[in-house]
Ligand binder design. Sequence first.
Ligand code: SF4
Length: 237
Amino acid sequence: MGNIDYDAFKKRGFLRQKQEGLFVLRTRGQAGNYSAEQLSILVGLSGKFGRGILHATTRQGVEIPFIKFENIDEVEGELQGSGIKTGTSGPRIRTTTCCPGNSRCKSGLIDTFGLFDRIENELNIRCAVDLPHKLKISISGCPNKCTRAEASEIGIHGQAYASDGKRQTGYVVYLGGCGGRTPQLGIKIEKIFTVDEVLSLIERVVKFYKENARPGQRLVLLINETGKEEFLRKMGL
Ligand code: SF4
């Protein structure tokens, strides 16, 4: 196993396990949604190539552990055409997490799934796009922030407010949050955005990060280096 390019396998969605010669397959959630058919395929793969175990990750992925190195190509082959995507680790955009928002949750104020689609398909800011380091986007349908919007590089939640005597809904944004060993809450931008303004801001933040961060530097460190006020000015805020 000495000559294996583990980073290349990681990019394909297979992470080296603690046990020699074994890998974990990690899927890429699509706004947290899987069809019953997709879950059935994953159950089948865990029985055929793993040990019948599946693990739900905090970023809405599904892991299948105990896959032997020699079976990786075959597992990939069986995923083809299923719509199940893989490859969420390393220095790249991670899976954008979403709660159900106003499609199902009684508290939901915004269309979280619709925003996910627009980020991935209109902006082409998709999971697995290479960046200087990891960058996480989280979308919550209301101020309860079930997907921890304030602890991601770009966190968004729905917000109700009154305008001209009417109840309106908009979007609140946090920038530069992160978890891990030195957790930090994102900067709450004191404005309620429209969906188009949010998309434009996401595009500016990702572009700024891509063009200015050093390898391994997370957004919060780049913001600290740039200076909060200067960063916000550069973002047009
Ligand atoms: S953040 Fe709000 S809308 Fe989303 S699941 Fe939690 S309570 Fe529901």
